[in-house]
Every structure is written in C-alpha cells, then in structure tokens.
Design a protein around this ligand. Structure first.
Ligand SMILES: Cc1cc2nc3c(=O)[nH]c(=O)nc-3n(C[C@H](O)[C@H](O)[C@H](O)COP(=O)(O)O)c2cc1C
Length: 205
C-alpha cells in the first residue's frame, strides 16, 4: 500500500530530473560548440604560424608568442641555435652578443620542420638585441622565403623599441609586412594580454 501510493510520485520526479538534466547538458554542449567556433575564427587570419626566439629567464617574447597562439589557434615554433649559446652571466652575454652582431656571426639554427606554404599568416617575434633583432631571428630571416605570405613582426624590449620590427620587415624575403609592434617591459606589464589582443585583432590578411 505504501509503495503503490508513492511510486507514481517518484516516477514523476525521476522524469523531471531526466528531462532537466538533458536540457542542462544540451545547453552546455551548445555553449561549448559556439565558443570553440568563436576562438578558432577570432582573428580571421586563417591558418597561423608563430615563429619566435626568446633568451632571457623571463621569456618575454615567448609570453607574447603564446598569447598570439591562443588568440589565433596558431602553430608555434621556437627558433633555436643549432648549438646552444655559450653559458655566461647575463651582462656578459649582452656584450658577447654585440660582438657577434658586429662581426655578422649569425649562428646556424635548428631545422624548424615547417612548411611556410601551408600557412596564411606568419608572426615573427624577437627580443630587441642592441636595437635590432636577435641573432637567431636574423639568421632565420637569412634562410627563409615567406612565399608572398602576410607577416607581422613583434619584439620585446627593456628600454625602447629600437629597429627590430622594421629590420625584420625589411629582411623577410617575399613577405607582405603587416603592422608590427614592440612591447616594452613585458614582465611587469599587467595589461600585456590586452595590448597583444588589441594588436592582433587589428591585423588583416
Ligand atoms: C644581447 C641583448 C641585447 C639587448 N639589447 C637591448 C636593447 O638594445 N634595447 C632594449 O630595450 N633591451 C635590450 N635587451 C633586453 C631585451 O630586449 C628584453 O629584456 C627582452 O624583452 C627579452 O626578451 P626575452 O625574455 O624573450 O629574451 C637586450 C638583451 C640582450 C640579451
């Protein structure tokens, strides 16, 4: 008697719970699909490649490169010297790099295993070294043909922008330069994500 009287009520509740759960899961699924589509198309730059070099412990240029990667759903590749740079204290390294730069001694870089032709838009990022691009990125430019692709350069610096962005734009063979940018003091810039986002969203194919 007790069981018979209460069973229909329990059945009703169960139905409500099942229908409610389906509705909630449906809603969550639709939201996930919509937001995924949005992030993949956010930049309208097509298939994007980010090439960058970063040296310091703060990895400032890498930080910017990763923000771009997230915004554009890009492939990201770090440019690296084939043989690691000699180990030394940071101030000594700055001087050593200057001597290399003045001698035009650009280090061979590791094979990147990339096919530029398969991308629609390429970012090239470097720390500013003595007012220009770093040795590995300069070497990258020596050996890369951008095949008529749009390319946006970015740099990070401690004191001032120098000419790294314009040097990259001038040296990138067969690239179609889009508005490049320098970011100062990335490590202490609380709005860096916002700044990078504003820049990337303003770029066109
Ligand atoms: C060899 C060398 C040269 C540098 N020259 C400059 C410069 O000319 N102007 C400047 O503002 N910062 C200069 N810096 C500082 C770096 O550009 C800056 O800290 C950058 O954000 C580091 O990026 P990273 O962390 O990706 O290596 C130099 C750093 C090094 C190692």
């Amino acid at each position: 008697m007790y069981v018979k009287k209460n069973f229909p009520l329990e059945e009703d509740n169960m139905k409500k719970i099942i229908v409610g759960s389906i509705a909630v899961f449906g809603l969550l699924f639709c939201t996930a699909v919509l937001s995924f589509g949005q992030s993949a198309q956010q930049s309208n730059l097509g298939r994007v490649l980010v090439l960058y070099y970063s040296y310091s412990e703060n990895a400032n240029t890498e930080k910017v490169a990763k923000i771009i990667q997230e915004l554009t759903d890009a492939d990201i590749v770090k440019v690296e010297p084939a043989t690691p740079f000699p180990e030394m204290e940071y101030p000594q390294f700055i001087q050593w790099a200057r001597e290399q730069q003045l001698q035009g001694a650009y280090p061979p870089i590791k094979n990147l295993n990339i096919d530029i032709a398969s991308y629609d838009f390429i970012f090239v990022g470097t720390p500013v070294w003595w007012g220009s691009s770093s040795l590995p990125v300069t070497e990258l430019l020596h050996q890369t043909d951008f095949g008529g692709k749009p390319m946006a350069a970015f740099s990070t610096a401690q004191g001032g922008p120098g000419a790294a962005v314009s040097d990259i734009e001038a040296q990138a063979k067969n690239a179609l330069p889009r508005g490049g940018i320098n970011f100062n003091n990335v490590a202490s810039d609380r709005q860096i994500t916002e700044r990078v986002t504003t820049w990337v969203r303003g770029l066109k194919l």
